[in-house]
Write a protein that binds this ligand. Structure first.
Ligand SMILES: Nc1nc2c(ncn2[C@@H]2O[C@H](COP(=O)(O)OP(=O)(O)OP(=O)(O)O)[C@@H](O)[C@H]2O)c(=O)[nH]1
Length: 496
C-alpha cells in the first residue's frame, strides 16, 4: 500500500513537473498538457517493467523452493526407510503424512494406501483407537509418550513386545505433527524371560540340592559341619546344633570357634584350617570336659578340604563322638588288670608283677612272703542282706586291706571272698605281725555299709617262699594254713 502511494507520487511529480516546465517555457496550456501526460506515462512504464521482472524472479524462487522441499521430503523418506523400526508421522488430525517401509510392511499395505488415512484405522479395536486418540492429544499438548506394550498375539498371531515412542515435532510450515516410532523388543524380552526362568530353575535346583545335602548330613549321628575359608559356618547338621542348644539355621554365618564347646578345643583351629585349605587332611583325637555340664568327652576330629557348589574352597568337619568307646577301652584295660568289684589287681596282674618281684628277690637273695585270707562266714552276710550288700562289704574289705599295706606290698583279689598279699623283702617273722595287724584291723571295727554295721573277721595262712619252690607251691602251703585257721576257729592267721 505504502509502496503504491510512493509510486503514484513519483508518477504525479514527474508528469506534473514536465508539464509545468513546458508551460513555463511556452506559456501554452495545450502544449503543457500532453507533456504532462507523457511525463506521467514514462515512470509508469518503467515501474511496470520492474514489477514484471520481480514476479518472474519470485516464480523462479518458488519453484526452486518447491524442488528443494520435495528433495528434502524424499531424502527424509529414504532415511526413514533405512531405519529398521516402524516409524510414521501424522498431522494434528491424526492423518498419516509420512510412513516408513518397516511400518508399511508391518501394516501389510503399500505406502500410498495409508498416506492421508487416519492412523487409528490401523488400530485393532475401538479401545485401542480411544487410547491412540487420547495419546495424540497429549502429545500435541507437549507430552512425550514412551511405553512398552505386550500382546500375546501380535500381527502374525505370535507374542510381541514393543516399545512405543510418540513425540511432537514442528514441520517445515511450523505446524505440529506427531512422530510415532515402534521398536520390536520381542526377542530381547523373550531372551530375558528365558534367562530369568533358567536362573529361577537354577536357584530352585540349588535350593533342592541344598535341602538334600542338609537332610543327608542330618542323618549323620555325630556333629558335622562345613565352614568357608574364613571359618564361617555354611552348613551345620542337627546334632552339631543340638549339642549347642541351637537350630542349624541360627548358626549359619557364625565363626566355628565362637561355638566351640570348650575354649581349648579351638586353640589350633586357625593353623589347622590354613593347612586344610592347602589340601591337608587332619584326623585327631580330642579329650575334653564340657564346662557347662562337667561331662568328660572324647572325639575324633576329621577335617577335609572340599569345594562348594560355587567352586569356592570349604572345610568339611566331622566330630565323631568316641566317648563310649574310649570309656569302654579304658574299662577293658582296667578289667584286664584289675578286679572289677574292688579295683584290686586281679590274678593276671598279680602273677605278672609277682614274677618280677620273685626274680628280684632271687637275684638279691631277699626273702618274700605270701598271705592268703578270706572272710569268715561271708555266706551268712549274702544270705541275710543280699549280694548287693555282700559286694559293698567286699569293696570295704579291699579298702581296709589297702590301708594296712606297705607301698611295696602287692595285693590281689584271688576270687570270691579270698585275697592275697605278696610282700617283698619280708620273711615269715616279719610277715606274721603284719598278718596279725590285718586281722586286728577287721576284728576291731565293724564294716558299715548302707546303714548296716556288720562284724567281719578274717582268717588266713602265711608262708615265706622257699628258694626251691614255685609261687603256686608256696600258695598251696599258705592255703593249707588258711584251711587250718578256719578249722581252728577262724579269726586267726597261721603260718605254713
Ligand atoms: N556278694 C558276693 N558274694 C560272693 C562273691 N564271691 C563269692 N561270694 C560268696 O561268698 C560265699 C562264700 O561262702 P563259703 O565258701 O561258704 O564261705 P563262708 O561263708 O565265708 O564261710 P567260711 O569261709 O567257711 O568262713 C558264697 O556265698 C559266695 O556266693 C562276690 O563277688 N560277691
Amino acid at each position: 500500500m505504502r509502496r503504491a502511494l510512493e509510486e503514484s507520487l513519483i508518477v504525479a511529480i514527474v508528469g506534473f513537473g514536465l508539464g509545468a516546465l513546458v508551460f513555463r517555457l511556452t506559456g501554452q496550456v495545450w502544449m503543457a498538457l500532453p507533456v504532462c501526460a507523457i511525463g506521467a506515462t514514462l515512470p509508469l512504464c518503467w515501474l511496470r517493467r520492474r514489477d514484471d521482472s520481480n514476479l518472474r524472479e519470485a516464480g523462479r524462487r518458488a519453484a526452486a523452493e518447491r524442488d528443494q522441499h520435495e528433495a528434502t521430503q524424499q531424502f527424509i523418506q529414504r532415511l526413514l526407510d533405512v531405519v529398521p523400526m516402524p516409524i510414521y508421522v501424522k498431522d494434528a488430525d491424526s492423518r498419516i503424512i509420512i510412513v516408513n517401509r518397516a511400518q508399511a510392511d508391518q501394516w501389510g499395505q503399500p505406502r500410498e494406501a495409508v498416506i492421508g488415512t487416519h492412523s487409528f484405522a490401523q488400530a485393532p479395536d475401538a479401545a485401542r483407537t480411544r487410547v491412540s486418540l487420547a495419546e495424540d492429544k497429549q502429545v500435541l499438548d507437549g507430552e512425550r509418550i514412551y511405553k512398552e506394550e505386550h500382546s500375546a498375539d501380535g500381527p502374525f498371531g505370535q507374542e510381541q513386545y514393543r516399545v512405543i515412542s510418540k513425540a511432537r515435532c514442528e514441520d517445515s510450515d511450523g505446524s505440529y505433527v506427531i512422530v510415532c516410532a515402534r521398536f520390536d523388543i520381542t526377542k530381547w524380552r523373550q531372551a530375558e524371560r528365558e534367562i530369568h526362568q533358567a536362573l529361577e530353575r537354577e536357584v530352585l535346583l540349588r535350593q533342592r540340592n541344598q535341602e538334600f545335602i542338609q537332610r543327608v548330613i542330618d542323618v549323620i549321628p555325630d556333629p558335622f559341619y562345613i565352614k568357608d575359608r574364613n571359618g564361617r559356618l555354611v552348613m551345620v547338621n542337627e546334632v552339631f546344633a543340638a549339642e549347642r542348644g541351637r537350630t542349624p539355621e541360627s548358626m549359619l554365618g557364625m565363626q566355628s570357634t565362637a561355638v566351640a564347646l570348650s575354649p581349648e578345643l579351638s586353640l589350633a583351629t586357625a593353623s589347622e584350617d590354613a593347612a586344610v585349605l592347602r589340601g591337608e587332611i587332619i584326623d585327631k583325637e580330642q579329650h575334653y570336659i564340657v564346662p557347662r555340664t562337667g561331662e568328660e568327652r572324647f572325639r575324633l576330629v576329621s577335617k577335609r578340604p572340599c569345594v562348594d557348589m560355587d567352586g569356592q574352597p570349604v572345610i568339611v568337619v566331622a566330630h565323631i563322638n568316641i566317648t563310649r568307646w574310649k570309656i569302654a577301652e579304658r574299662k577293658l584295660a582296667r578289667m584286664a588288670h584289675e578286679d572289677e568289684l574292688t579295683g584290686l589287681p586281679n590274678r593276671r596282674r598279680f602273677f605278672g608283677e609277682a614274677e618280677r618281684m620273685i626274680s628280684a628277690a632271687t637275684r638279691h637273695s631277699k626273702p618274700l612272703s605270701l598271705i592268703i585270707f578270706d572272710l569268715d562266714y561271708f555266706k551268712l552276710i549274702n544270705d541275710e542282706h543280699g549280694h548287693v550288700i555282700g559286694d559293698q562289704v567286699l569293696r570295704e574289705v579291699a579298702n581296709r586291706l589297702l590301708e594296712q599295706l606297705r607301698n611295696e606290698d602287692l595285693p590281689c583279689r584271688w576270687g570270691g571272698e579270698e585275697f592275697l598279699i605278696l610282700m617283698p623283702m619280708t620273711d615269715l617273722s616279719m610277715a606274721m605281725p603284719l598278718a596279725e595287724r590285718l586281722r586286728e584291723a577287721f576284728a576291731s571295727a565293724p564294716i558299715v555299709v548302707s546303714n548296716l554295721s556288720l562284724a567281719v573277721t578274717v582268717s588266713g595262712g602265711v608262708a615265706q617262699k622257699r628258694d626251691d619252690e614255685s609261687l603256686n607251691e608256696c600258695l598251696a602251703r599258705a592255703d593249707k594254713a588258711l584251711y587250718a585257721a578256719k578249722n581252728g576257729g577262724r579269726n586267726q592267721f597261721l603260718s605254713a
